[in-house]
Design a binder for this molecule. Structure first.
Ligand code: NDP
Length: 325
């Protein structure tokens, strides 16, 4: 019997729904309209999960792709679509979702995430999206102990409670300290997913263990370390790819999927999108060795300024991790 592809694996969520374990990421490239062809290629290659966000500004191009795919016979219910609410919409997440749904041309998303556990100033259109330094401090009494980010998540729960616009709700960029603040305060829904930066160079095992204990599925963004793809150049990742006869990207996806996590690679290389869907069955020893790559010296490649002070370990771009609040 042939083995399953990465695109064929689903994971159970804590609310009874299921999530496809391989998602295509839609962070904008140089020309955001390239996202349309990217999503079409990915879905035709077998991807069933599309990861997007209001903040990316690419939802209308994802919407174009969906229109094209639906016209070809693909069904809405066969796809899993995740979007996110940016922190400048903390006061009105449903407004953000409505914009996303309108641009995507669909009536519901499968998963709605709180993009960051912070709140920043934003008008009714969510602008400015990039807060000035200190803006979110102002709107969230204190970046470490403030609690407005909890109201923000509770308002996302309300959308699930009161409408048919979302199937599951979750969070993104939550550290353990932030989760410990949130979990006693959820209204009804423990987040189904925590989407965080995760790769063999940033294993965050304490955080993934904490999420596992609370039945929160971890979804890994930047699985190859983002632009420049430093993780696929790692000699051990290359060695495993050669051993299994697969793309290095298959190794970085398998690192997550074999541990019951979602992997969200992004690519505009159509050959890579089509090829990197294999799930090599790495051994436990190999998975442990992948973990060890970043255990001593974790490297975080996404350093958004609003992320500081949230209880994560940061990398100073040189060698050692810098901060662990
Ligand atoms: P990746 O780690 O997948 O990095 C993608 C980049 O790596 C692309 O530029 C791609 O180029 C390049 N790449 C991939 N494989 C190779 C290879 N074998 N050789 C050379 N280059 C390669 O991801 P992202 O950081 O983009 O994150 C993925 C997704 O996660 C995003 O699109 C978004 O959906 C989500 N995300 C969520 C965040 C959050 O706050 N919740 C934050 C950041 C991302 P090429 O196009 O040539 O393949």
């Amino acid at each position: 019997m042939s083995q399953k592809l990465a695109t064929e694996i689903d994971l159970p969520l804590n609310d009874g729904h299921r999530i496809p374990a391989l998602a295509i990421g839609t962070l904008p490239p140089d020309l955001p309209q390239r996202v349309t062809a990217q999503v079409i290629t990915a879905v035709k290659a077998g991807y069933r999960h599309i990861d997007t966000a209001w903040y990316y500004g690419t939802e209308k191009y994802v919407g174009e792709a969906l229109k094209h795919l639906f016209a070809e016979g693909y069904k809405r219910e066969d796809l899993f679509i995740t979007t996110k609410v940016w922190h400048s919409f903390w006061h009105s997440p449903e407004k953000s979702l409505d914009k996303s749904l309108s641009d995507l041309g669909i009536s519901y998303v499968d998963l709605l995430l709180q993009h960051w556990p912070v709140c920043s100033h934003g008008d009714e259109n969510g602008l400015p999206a990039e807060p000035m330094e200190g803006d979110y401090v102002k709107y969230d009494d204190d970046p470490v102990t403030g609690t407005k980010f909890i109201d923000f998540y509770n308002a996302i729960e309300d959308i699930k409670l009161n409408t048919n616009k979302v199937k599951s709700v979750g969070i993104s960029n939550y550290s353990i300290p932030k989760l410990k603040q949130l979990l006693p305060k959820v209204k009804k829904f423990v987040p189904a997913v925590n989407q965080i930066e995760l790769s063999p160079h940033l294993p965050q095992k304490d955080l993934t263990d904490f999420c596992d204990q609370h039945k929160i599925i971890v979804s890994a963004y930047s699985p190859v370390g983002g632009t420049g793809a430093p993780v696929v150049k790692d000699p051990y990742v290359v060695e495993l790819a050669t051993k299994y006869g697969v793309e290095p990207n298959d190794i970085t996806n398998a690192y997550h999927i074999l541990n019951n996590r979602v992997s969200i690679p992004r690519s505009f290389n159509h050959d890579r999108i089509k090829k990197a869907i294999i799930l090599p069955r790495l051994s436990k020893d190999e998975l442990d060795s992948l973990y060890k790559l970043g255990e001593e010296n974790p490297r975080r490649y996404t350093n958004d300024p609003w992320g500081y002070g949230l209880g994560f370990r940061w990398w100073d771009g040189d060698t050692l991790s810098k901060e662990f609040d």
